[in-house]
Structure formats: structure tokens, C-alpha cells
Design a binder for this molecule. Structure first.
Ligand SMILES: [Zn+2]
Length: 81
């Protein structure tokens, strides 16, 4: 199977998809403070799962030729409790 080519999307849709993935990545950022991580002195399973999901989103962006999200894209995450 030779399905390595990225799907062709119109630029407008491509921009929206890139933004959606950047939002999803920032949403999966582990919280700055996590009681479970503090107890374990390491990433807890829940925070590990979030990082794994964020890495999958990043990999998808790369596969689609979108590169890493711009720095500062995660600033919206700071409003999360
Ligand atoms: Zn944690």
C-alpha cells in the first residue's frame, strides 16, 4: 500500500484543521499541578495518557505536512482549571 501522500485539502480547510489540531494538542497539556503526579513524583497514568494523545495529534500534523503548532498556541489552556 502506498498511502503516504497527504490528502489534498483546500487551503481554508487545511488552515482550520491545523488550528483544530493545535487546539487539541494544547487541550491535552497535563495540568501544572496534579496531586497524583505529586504523590508518584512522576507522571501519573492520566497525565501520561494526555501526553500520549497530544503526541498522536502532533504526529498527525506532521503527517499532513503542517509542522509543529506555533508557539503560544497553548496559551488558551491556561484558562483551564
Ligand atoms: Zn498527573
Amino acid at each position: 500500500m502506498t498511502s503516504t501522500a497527504a490528502p489534498a485539502l483546500p487551503d481554508a480547510q487545511r488552515h482550520i484543521l491545523a488550528q483544530a489540531l493545535a487546539d487539541a494538542i494544547s487541550y491535552q497539556d497535563p495540568p501544572l499541578e496534579c496531586a497524583d503526579c505529586d504523590t508518584l513524583a512522576a507522571l501519573c497514568p492520566q497525565c501520561t495518557a494526555r501526553l500520549t494523545q497530544a503526541r498522536a495529534y502532533l504526529a498527525l500534523r506532521r503527517q499532513l505536512g503542517m509542522g509543529p503548532p506555533p508557539s503560544g498556541a497553548g496559551s488558551a489552556a491556561s484558562s483551564r482549571a
